[in-house]
Design a protein. Structure first.
Length: 414
């Protein structure tokens, strides 16, 4: 059934419109006419739309603009806004945000509803399922969730995160993962094909690429070009896919990183650009964050060489999981600050971090939506470099990847 928010979005997107055109916009027939009319009346009461001469138009306000932005963001990330905006779900989020780890005992709700909400939020990348029995979860500190709660006038204080090592949990989940792929040898490759598209979307979205997740999926899986996107944005996505696939093949064979390979990754990702695969010969700055300093262009090659020397020492020594994550995190941060290229540094830094992690049998290939803000706050938005906190974040992302993989295996098995 068409919802209040579906009607609002069609009106907001199309401007002055009649009910017949709303039906067409929603792909519905005249049987939905009364339902749509009732929703228009509700939207009028909320001062979000107005009717004049059989036309419905948006009332321009801060509230209507924010609601439009929230729905657009939801659709762009494959989030069902009709589920998320339900009063019961909003109340669920209010309580879930208070504790770092919560169970059904913290939220008075039917067990089936609890499971439905946690599964949905996990699918959207906004929540981690810590354990299934008992069902224990963590709602991620996403700015999107904060904005949703604020829009619906729901006050809540997000939990204060405690610093903790995730290494013991990573080791346990990694053992489960290796058991699972021994039983089903094709599982790892099949799931990676699905996750690859999500990572390409996430990594480029962080850089401002306008393609939505549904558009990225259609482009990369079905070869369907997005209708209203520039060719440059489409090519950027296709080129990054080539770089990611090269990285996946190389890390599987434990190919060592060197300057030549890094330039090759950049050349693939930025194909068509004059500077693709070339170290910069001018100074660059991070927009909107002057506190994030990058190396002088004359120092780039020297500093990159020093970083790669540390990488060789790291690879030649016996490493445990904690050291691997710490070094991969450090490599990412140092590479971002060296900023060897005119453009495309951050997407390559994430690619290189995955190369190191995956070469050491940590099957990371996902940056869930709920981590976007935490990630940016410790990288390009940061006022001060903090390798320790960033490493802890990467630990949690590694753990989340493993938990999601093991949960996916259980679901595929059942």
């Amino acid at each position: 059934m068409v919802s209040l928010y579906d009607v609002f979005y069609v009106v907001a997107k199309n401007g002055s419109i009649n009910i017949r055109d709303i039906l067409i916009g929603l792909g519905k027939d005249k049987r939905e006419y009364q339902n749509i009319f009732n929703n228009i009346l509700l939207l009028e009461k909320k001062h979000l739309v107005k009717r004049k001469n059989k036309k419905i138009d948006i009332i321009n306000s801060k509230s209507s603009q924010e609601l439009y932005n929230l729905i657009s963001f939801s659709l762009g990330n494959n989030i069902n806004h009709n589920i998320l905006f339900k009063p019961k779900m909003l109340n669920f989020l209010r309580y879930a945000a208070r504790k770092e780890f919560f169970t059904i005992s913290d939220i008075k709700i039917h067990p089936e509803t609890f499971k439905f909400y946690t599964d949905a939020l996990s699918k959207y990348g906004l929540l981690i399922i810590i354990s299934r029995n008992p069902l224990k979860c963590k709602l991620l500190k996403s700015e999107y969730i904060r904005r949703v709660l604020k829009h619906f006038n729901i006050k809540t204080d997000f939990y204060k995160e405690k610093s903790r090592s995730h290494i013991p949990d990573i080791k346990r989940e990694l053992m489960k993962y290796h058991r699972n792929i021994k039983i089903n040898t094709s599982f790892a490759d099949a799931i990676d094909k699905q996750r690859e598209t999500g990572f390409i979307y996430s990594s480029l979205n962080l850089e401002g690429n306008p393609l939505t997740l549904p558009e990225t999926e259609k482009l990369l899986i079905k070869n369907i070009l997005p209708k209203d996107q520039k060719a440059e944005s489409v090519m950027e996505t296709l080129n990054y896919k080539k770089a990611i696939e090269k990285m996946l093949a190389n890390s599987k064979k434990r190919v060592m990183l060197n300057q030549s390979l890094i330039l090759e990754y950049h050349d693939l990702a930025m194909s068509g650009k004059e500077f693709a695969g070339k170290l910069r010969r001018e100074n660059v700055f991070i927009k909107k964050n002057p506190a994030f300093t990058t190396s002088h262009w004359k120092d780039v090659e020297k500093k990159l060489g020093e970083l790669l020397k540390k990488y060789v020492i790291f690879e030649n020594a016996k490493q445990d999981i904690e050291n691997v994550i710490q070094f991969a995190s450090y490599f990412h941060n140092e590479f971002q600050r060296i900023h060897p290229f005119i453009d495309g540094n951050s997407r390559i830094s994430r690619l290189l971090m995955l190369h190191i992690l995956r070469a050491h049998k940590l099957p990371v290939l996902d940056l869930p939506l709920g981590y976007f803000d935490s990630y940016l706050n410790l990288t390009k938005r940061s006022k001060k470099r903090d390798d320790e906190r960033f490493s802890m974040l990467v630990e949690e992302i590694v753990l989340t990847n493993l938990k999601n993989l093991n949960n996916a295996y259980l679901m595929a098995k059942s």
